[in-house]
Design a protein around this ligand. Structure first.
Ligand code: 2NL
Length: 359
């Protein structure tokens, strides 16, 4: 039992390693040879029993064998790991040239579509978008706008009142129009400016044609010499671009709002019988507008002897229903996917001003 047993151990270990197919089998071999009670470890422990004159040579041989075995065992581990990685890469391979699996892209809600179109049309005319809170102070929603205490818009049945933020604090409301955002714009910014204010508004009113939450888009233009002519040109251009009818008849009719003077309602031409928009001989009210009341400018920190301008407001649901022939208001908020499949818009073809704004 001299060199022969060592050669046999080497040969057997190499044969077993060649047979090992995975790291588990490999580890069993490693432990069986180099582990605490492995075959080589045992031989090393038994070195003391070797006759003294042979011990030196036997020790050197065992050490050479340990080095050699450690090396082949490690080499096999590297080879097995490479094999495992190659197998994984082959199994997880992706063919990126395959066509994609079609997925439903979703649809843009008609309200969102109208807001996009308004942003595109007014944006091309140099308007910025202004936004503000849905919960407002009574003053921003009514007081600043010259709406007196007895005005019907203030009556409890129209306005949602909220408890004051603190004891003795001013009452708060859900904004009944987007005008408080224009009030905030005038307080915060220096004229001249042009803004549109799209957003949610709230009134305690619920029937076939009214929802307690609805949308408005208002506009405000303040400059040193903004006149009624600018108001008319701006709104005529907007209405023709929005409805996509280059010769859409537009009529301005005297009216009253507490926050504008003079005030005008804006009508467009249509055919009452067919519902078709254009030169049908009948008139349909679509917008409210006017020159901003000097008192409102003063309330909002703008000197009415230096600045003037116009404002307008419209209902987003209303113009959307008219433009697309949507007969009922209620499904706008019901999230019925069948309604959206019918009236929704392709998100990959957003509003792009293809109707143009009159030059
Ligand atoms: C309508 C009428 C209108 C305004 C809104 C406004 C806002 C400020 C000052 C002056 Cl801060 N005016 N907004 C002006 C005229 C009409 O809306 O029928 N909306 C649906």
């Amino acid at each position: 039992m001299m060199q022969d047993d060592l050669d046999a151990l080497k040969a057997e270990t190499e044969a077993a390693l060649a047979e090992a197919r995975d790291l588990r089998a490999w580890d069993a071999i490693r432990v069986g040879v180099l582990g605490k009670s492995g075959r080589l470890t045992t031989l090393l422990k038994e070195l003391g029993k070797t006759p003294a004159e042979q011990r030196r040579e036997r020790g050197a041989a065992l050490n050479r064998l340990k080095e050699a075995l450690t090396e082949v065992i490690e080499a096999r581990r590297v080879a097995l790991e490479q094999e495992a990685l190659a197998a994984r890469l082959a199994a997880e391979r992706l063919d990126i040239t395959l066509p994609p699996v079609p997925t439903a892209p979703g649809l843009v809600h008609p309200i969102s579509r109208t807001l996009e179109e308004m942003a595109a049309i007014f944006g091309a005319m140099g308007f910025e978008i202004a936004e503000g809170p849905d919960v407002e102070t009574d003053w921003h929603n009514f007081g600043a706008l010259n709406i007196p205490g007895h005005h019907p818009a203030r009556a409890d049945h129209d306005t949602f009142y909220l408890p004051p933020a603190a004891e003795g604090a001013a009452p708060r409301v859900l904004r009944t129009h987007t005008s408080p955002v224009q009030v905030r714009t005038m307080l915060e910014r220096q004229p001249p400016f042009r803004v549109i204010v799209p957003g949610r508004t709230y009134r305690a009113d619920h029937d076939a044609t009214h929802s307690p939450m609805f949308h408005q888009c208002e506009g405000l233009v303040i400059g040193r010499d903004i006149t009624l002519a600018h108001l008319k040109g701006c709104l005529i251009d907007f209405l023709r671009a929005f409805f996509g009818i280059a010769d859409l008849p537009v009529r301005f009719r005297a009216s009253y709002f507490p926050f504008t003077e003079p005030s005008m309602e804006v009508d467009i031409g249509w055919n009452r019988k067919t519902g078709e928009l254009g030169g049908g001989g009948d008139w349909l009210e679509i917008l409210g507008s006017g020159m901003v009341q000097p008192k409102v400018l003063a309330n909002c920190g703008i000197d009415p002897r230096e600045w003037q301008g116009f404002a307008f407001g419209m209902g987003v649901e209303r113009v959307t229903m008219l433009k697309h022939g949507i007969p009922d208001l209620r499904p706008f908020y019901e999230s019925d996917i069948r309604w959206l499949r019918h009236y929704g818009f392709n998100p990959l073809a957003p509003a792009m001003l293809h109707e143009g704004v009159a030059p």
